[in-house]
Design a binder for this molecule. Structure first.
Ligand code: CP
Length: 311
């Protein structure tokens, strides 16, 4: 693997998931692979799971890890030809090349603005690192994608499914703030590559990009969509068409035990209790969110392993 910025970078998904599940039984099996190699993790935004699980994954492989909260460093300039006489002090051209001298792999987290659709969709920040860094780049959630989360979700569903072709429902839920579409995008793309029956449900106005959903079934009636579901992945996202806007906070879309039925409840976390999902779901055996978060380590470990093998 030369980089991991999108789930399309995984050449053999089934084999990667199978190996990740095996790795859980012996996490230190490849501890020599990362010896004297360094992962630099750059955070433009907050994180709990991604930060800790990716660091743990790298250390399980014997790597050294350095973490920079980018807001503590010099303000970066990303535009070409800018006269840098205002707030930015360092250009990405120098920064990416400098960091590449300290790192064998660079991982980047940078959320979208949710105000400039064109710029967000161009993935200008992640693409700038890909363009100017001289080492492989890993996406720890960008403007439009969260591929490490999606791989962990795929591992979780594979481990827990009791049947071939389980029914998986991605359900929008209310949230007081405008959130990115990244998790939903990558989850949909991942499920399209798995042997599952995927349905998306959300209020009208919350359609994801057609380039992502393609022919996936969309049902605006949540309870109808949830019928006979085996896995229900709940996530809020802001409007894609009316870009970055919160169009609805309809509480009737919150996931409840009654609506969930016999399905397993999934969420990437962090989650707002009794807004996105009621306590009764999260505190029940139906919730697999802790297992999902654990699988973040093995998703990251598989990605780093495959990149290290190709260095
Ligand atoms: N799910 C996830 O990416 O969690 P963090 O934002 O805490 O990293």
């Amino acid at each position: 693997m030369k980089k991991y910025t999108n789930i399309k970078d995984i050449s053999n998904l089934k084999e990667t998931i199978r190996e990740a599940i095996l790795l859980k039984m012996d996490p230190f099996e490849f501890q020599d692979l990362g010896k004297n190699k360094t992962l630099v993790m750059l955070f433009f935004n907050s994180s709990l799971r991604t930060r800790l699980s990716t660091e743990k994954a790298a250390k399980n492989l014997g790597m050294n890890v350095m973490i920079l909260n980018v807001n503590d460093a010099w303000n970066l300039e990303f535009e070409d030809g800018t006269i840098m006489n205002a707030n930015t002090s360092e250009h990405i051209k120098e920064a990416a090349q400098v960091i590449s001298q300290y790192a064998d792999i660079i991982a980047v987290r940078a959320f979208p603005s949710l105000t400039d659709k064109q710029k967000d969709e161009s993935e200008f920040l992640l693409q700038s690192f890909i363009k100017y860094a001289t080492v492989p780049i890993v996406n720890m959630e960008s403007a439009t994608a969260h591929p490490l989360q999606a791989l962990a979700d795929a591992i979780t569903i594979t481990e827990l499914t009791e049947k071939a072709n389980p029914k998986v429902v991605l359900s929008w839920a209310p949230h007081p703030k405008a959130l990115p579409q990244a998790v939903a995008n990558s989850f949909v793309e991942m499920m399209q590559n798995m042997d599952v029956d995927l349905t998306i449900t959300h209020p009208e106005g919350y359609e994801l990009s057609k380039e992502i959903t393609k022919n996936t079934a969309i049902n605006y009636k949540q309870e109808e969509a949830l019928k006979n579901a085996d896995f229900v992945y709940v996530k809020n996202w802001s409007s894609y068409n009316d870009y970055g806007k919160v169009l609805s906070q309809d509480k009737s879309w919150m996931m409840t035990k009654e609506k969930l039925g016999a399905a397993k409840f999934m969420h990437c976390l962090p989650v707002r209790r009794n807004v996105v999902v009621e306590d009764a779901v999260l505190d029940s055996e139906s919730s697999v969110v802790i297992k999902q978060a654990n699988n973040r380590t093995f998703a990251a470990q598989m990605v780093l392993k495959q990149i290290l093998e190709d260095l």
